[in-house]
Design a protein. Structure first.
Length: 97
C-alpha cells in the first residue's frame, strides 16, 4: 500500500491535484481541470486528469462520491498519516539514547 502512495506522489501533476483538493475539497473533474489550467498552466485533457485521479484513488489518497450526475473527488489523508506516523512516532523513554 505504501508503495502505491509513493508512486502516486512521484508525479508532479498528481501533487498539484492533491494541492487543489487540499485548498478546496469535493471538486468535480471539470473543476479540477479548470483549476490546474488556470493556476498551474497545465493544459492536460480531461482523460489525462482522470487517469491521474485513478492512480490517486488506487493509492487511497482520493475518494469519490456521486451525487446525481456529478462525481466529486475528496482528499483522504489517512495513507499519508500512516506513512508519516511510521517515522514520526513519539519517543519512548527506552528508545532514547
Amino acid at each position: 500500500m505504501a508503495d502505491d502512495v509513493f508512486k502516486a506522489l512521484a508525479d508532479p501533476t498528481r501533487r498539484h491535484i492533491l494541492d487543489e483538493l487540499t485548498e478546496r475539497n469535493g471538486q468535480t473533474l471539470f473543476e479540477i481541470c479548470a483549476r490546474l489550467a488556470t493556476k498551474h498552466g497545465l493544459g492536460l485533457s480531461r482523460q489525462a486528469i482522470s487517469q491521474h485521479l485513478a492512480v490517486l484513488e488506487a493509492a487511497g489518497l482520493v475518494t469519490t462520491r456521486r451525487q446525481g450526475r456529478y462525481k466529486f473527488h475528496d482528499l483522504n489523508t489517512a495513507p499519508l498519516e500512516r506513512i508519516a506516523g511510521r517515522w514520526l512516532r513519539p519517543k519512548t523513554p527506552e528508545s532514547t539514547p
